[in-house]
Design a protein around this ligand. Structure first.
Ligand code: NDP
Ligand code: 3PY
Length: 327
C-alpha cells in the first residue's frame, strides 16, 4: 500500500494469550501495542495509525473520523460487529477478518454444551458432591432427565464455516440436521427449512450467524413460544442474537428445557445481568466467550491476522469484510 514506515496500533493484545506468538509484520513499521483499550481511549490511540489491529474494542464512526491516516483495520476474530464497516468503506479503509480458524474449537464447545445439558451432567455432578449417591442406596438414581442425541433434531441457524462443521458433528451423533432459512425469507431453496419450522421441529437449536442489524434479537419471546418445551438453545455466536431477558424468562417458566451460552451482549456481563441470576439453575451453562479459545485455533488466528495485515499493506487485501447488506 505504501513505501513509508507504517504506524501499527494494536488495541487489545491481552485478548490473545501471552504464549501465542503474534509475528511481526514484514514491512517497515512502528508498533504501538496496548493490552486493553477503554472506549474513551480509542480515538487518541488511533489518531496517527495507518493500521489498527483489534479483537473486541468498538471502532465507531467518530473514532474512524479522528484517524485521518487509517488504511487498514484488521480484526482478530471472525465476527466484525464491533467495527463500523460502512464508515470504513466510505473512507476507503480496508477491514479484514479471520476465517475458518475455529471449525474444530467452536463446534466442539457447542457439543460440550449440548451434551452437558442433554444428559443433565452438571446436576448429576452437583448431586454426587452433595452425597445423593450414597443416600440413594443403590447403584444409580434418576433425579434428572437424560436424553440421547441420536434420532433427535438439530436446528442450525447460520450455514457458514461453523454451522457446517456443527452439522457434521450432529450427523456423527445420529441427529437429523435442519439448516434454517433466514428469518422472514421464503425462497432459499430445498437445502433450507423455514425459520419457524426449525423452531418448531428442533430438539436442539444452535446459533452460528453473525450479529447484523437483520439478525439482532432474532430469538425473543415469540420464538421461545414456538420451541418444544424440551428444546435446548445454544449460542456460541453473538450475544445480541438473543433477547437476554426473554431467555431468562423462558428458562424460569420452563418454556424451553435449557440453554448453553458462550456470549452476552456486554462482555463481561455486569453483576446484575439477567444471566448472572441464573447461575444456580442446573439447565443453564454460561461460559466466558471461550468457544474459540483452543490453543490450536488461537495460534491459527494469530498467523492469519498478520497474513491479513501484510496482504492489505502490500495492496492485495484478503478476507475483506463488506458492510452488511440491508435485507
Ligand atoms: N464464541 C466464539 O468464540 C466465536 C464466535 N464466532 C461467531 O460465529 C459467527 C459465525 O462464524 P462462521 O461460521 O465462521 O462465519 P461465516 O461467515 O462462515 O458464516 C456465517 C453464516 O451466517 C449466515 N447468515 C447471515 N445472515 C443470516 C441470517 N439472517 N440468518 C441465518 N444465517 C445468516 C451467512 O450466510 P448467508 O448470508 O449466505 O446466509 C453465513 O453463511 C461469527 O460471525 C462470530 O460472530 C466465531 C468464532 C468464535
Ligand atoms: O472469532 C470470533 O468471532 C470470536 O468471537 C472470537 O474472538
Amino acid at each position: 500500500m505504501s513505501q513509508a514506515k507504517a504506524r501499527v496500533v494494536i488495541l487489545d493484545r491481552d485478548t490473545l494469550p501471552p504464549q501465542i506468538t503474534v509475528r511481526t509484520p514484514n514491512f517497515p513499521h512502528d508498533l504501538d501495542s496496548h493490552g486493553q483499550t477503554k472506549p474513551d481511549e480509542v480515538a487518541a490511540r488511533i489518531k496517527d495509525a495507518d493500521v489498527v489491529i483489534l479483537n473486541k474494542v468498538k471502532l465507531t464512526r467518530e473514532a474512524i473520523a479522528a484517524a485521518p491516516r487509517l488504511r487498514v483495520v484488521a480484526v482478530a476474530a471472525t465476527g466484525t460487529d464491533v467495527v463500523d464497516v460502512a464508515a470504513c468503506k466510505e473512507r476507503g479503509i480496508v477491514v479484514t477478518n479471520i476465517r475458518g480458524y475455529a471449525t474444530h474449537t467452536v463446534p466442539e464447545h457447542t457439543f460440550a454444551l449440548i451434551l452437558a445439558l442433554r444428559r443433565s451432567l452438571l446436576a448429576y455432578r452437583d448431586s454426587v458432591a452433595r452425597g445423593r449417591w450414597q443416600e440413594s442406596g443403590q447403584f444409580c438414581y434418576f433425579d434428572y432427565p437424560i436424553h440421547d442425541l441420536a434420532n433427535s433434531t438439530l436446528g442450525i441457524i447460520g450455514d457458514g464455516a461453523l454451522g457446517r462443521s456443527v452439522a457434521k458433528l450432529g450427523e456423527a451423533f445420529g441427529m437429523k440436521v435442519l439448516f434454517a432459512a433466514h428469518k422472514g425469507s421464503t425462497g432459499m431453496g430445498p437445502l433450507y427449512t423455514p425459520f419457524e419450522e426449525v423452531l418448531r421441529q428442533s430438539d436442539v437449536i444452535t446459533l452460528h450467524a453473525p450479529l447484523l442489524p437483520t439478525t439482532r434479537n432474532m430469538i425473543a419471546a415469540p420464538e421461545f413460544a414456538q420451541m418444544k418445551r424440551h428444546a435446548l438453545l445454544i449460542n456460541t455466536a453473538r450475544g445480541g442474537l438473543v433477547d437476554e431477558a426473554a431467555l431468562a424468562d423462558a428458562l424460569r417458566a420452563g418454556t424451553i428445557a435449557g440453554a448453553g451460552f458462550d456470549v452476552t451482549i456486554e462482555e463481561p456481563p455486569a453483576q446484575d445481568h439477567p444471566f448472572m441470576a441464573l447461575q444456580s439453575l442446573p439447565n443453564f451453562i454460561l461460559t466466558p466467550h471461550v468457544a474459540w479459545a483452543s490453543q490450536e485455533a488461537i495460534q491459527g488466528l494469530a498467523d492469519q491476522l498478520i497474513d491479513n495485515v501484510e496482504a492489505a499493506w502490500r495492496g492485495e487485501p484478503r478476507n475483506v469484510v463488506e458492510p452488511p447488506a440491508k435485507r
